[in-house]
Design a protein around this ligand. Structure first.
Ligand code: PEP
Ligand code: MG
Length: 403
């Protein structure tokens, strides 16, 4: 094993044009890893804290870097991450910033993989990982916090459940994205793109359902395998706490009505996946919906769980959801993210590894998904910062199958 010899931090741009933290980690034996923090727009209230990048960098340089350089073995990821937590000294990384923490954590993992001469997924997951690729969930239409004047539901996601391999799945999602554009054009609906590259037309959710259904059906016919679709409702963003109702474009729904509405959508559109259908504090509502439809769709907690094992434990006790979204920057380190995946799997919850709406070219989550054997990854359908991860999955698949 080799010690961390140097940690360098800098500000770079993310896909929204905002500044974010990038970390370089070098080892005494000459290993090198580089990683950058992503950033959310529809962030959960209970996420680890992202600081202004310049503050995060200054604080990490003062508190974390001296504890790592010359002191921690780079291949001991748990020790790297424990050291980051100890240097921070808070529960939510509010001292050094989850953006500094996650960039260093991921860069250290890459440096360790470099030292080993192994791909990152193998360093993180072990010699026997790589046979299974995750199914990509591709965002094709969206609004909410990711685009102004578009759908109320944040994400309509293509789910190529029948794809024989990850390459066909990735190509199918891109084809659905293209088909959605053509169907919008047929209706004379102009559409720009939201933060994740999904089309962001000024239409109501009902019309979006029609279009996405038609697009997935048509591409499924062309590709010859089943493509379903799913949603990230991001309901915490539409929940009005004072009036205790969910606010859509032209209507509002009480919690009971919201549960009924989402359950009806699951059956009407045979949805494969529903993320954050209820507010981030509503474990009970999640449990009720899971009871109703959890046998036929994934009910996934993103803002509900925020990749936090304590919140996931509460969910497991109450039967809330049957799936968890895993975003390393929501919790701050790779070790914490892997803990969340393992607890989920032990309890029959399906982990979905995920990007953020603000991304970089970093591909760590593609490797994390393969390393943990996660059945799904959510990382967009098009756009350079999204295809960076999707293309990496294609390369990993080819590497493993020696095509
Ligand atoms: C990826 C998402 O968006 P953000 O990064 O804005 O939280 C999400 O809500 O799942
Ligand atoms: Mg979400």
């Amino acid at each position: 094993m080799t010690l961390v010899s140097e940690v360098r931090l800098r500000q770079i741009l993310d896909s929204r044009g905002n500044r974010t933290v990038e970390a370089d980690v070098r080892t005494e034996s000459g290993g090198f890893g580089r990683a950058a923090a992503p950033s959310g727009a529809s962030t959960g209230e209970y996420e680890a804290i992202e600081l202004d990048p310049s503050e995060a960098i200054a604080s990490a340089r003062e508190h974390a870097v001296p504890r790592l350089e010359g002191k921690v073995f780079v291949g001991d990821q748990r020790d790297v991450d424990r050291t980051l937590r100890a240097a921070d000294g808070t529960d939510d990384f509010s001292e050094i910033g989850a953006n500094s923490a996650v960039a260093i954590s991921m860069a250290a993992a890459k440096a360790a993989a470099d030292v080993l001469g192994a791909p990152l997924y193998q360093h993180l997951g072990g010699a026997f990982r790589g046979e299974e690729s995750p199914t990509p969930l591709g965002n094709v239409v969206g609004g909410g916090e990711h685009a102004a004047d578009a759908t109320a539901i944040q994400e309509f996601l293509s789910v190529p459940v029948g794809a024989p391999n990850v390459q066909d799945a990735v190509f199918a999602n891109a084809a659905v994205h293209r088909e959605v554009h053509d169907l919008l054009a047929d209706r004379d609906i102009a559409a720009g793109k939201g933060d994740e590259g999904a089309w962001a037309p000024s239409i109501d959710d009902e019309e979006a359902f029609e279009i996405v259904q038609a697009a997935t059906d048509s591409v499924a016919d062309d590709f010859g395998f089943e493509i379903r679709f799913g949603l990230d409702v991001a309901a915490a963003e539409m929940y009005d706490e004072d009036d205790e109702e969910y606010v859509y474009r032209d209507t509002t729904r009480s919690t009971d009505e919201q549960i009924e509405y989402v359950a009806e959508l699951v059956d009407e559109y045979d949805l494969a996946y529903v993320e954050d259908p209820l507010d981030e504090d509503d474990y009970e509502g999640f449990a009720e919906l899971t009871e109703k439809v959890g046998d036929r769709t994934l009910v996934c907690g993103d803002d509900l769980f925020v990749t936090n094992v304590k919140r996931l434990e509460t969910g497991i006790e109450q039967g809330a959801a049957n799936s968890i979204l895993v975003k390393p920057n929501q919790i701050g380190t790779l070790s914490d993210a892997v803990d969340a995946v393992e607890l989920a799997v032990e309890n029959g919850y399906q982990p979905v590894i995920s990007h953020r709406s603000g991304e970089t070219e970093d591909t760590t989550i593609a490797h994390l998904a393969v390393a943990t054997g996660a059945p799904y990854i959510k990382t967009g359908a098009v756009g350079g910062e999204r295809t960076a991860k999707l293309n990496e999955l294609i390369r990993i698949e080819q590497n493993v199958s020696r095509l």
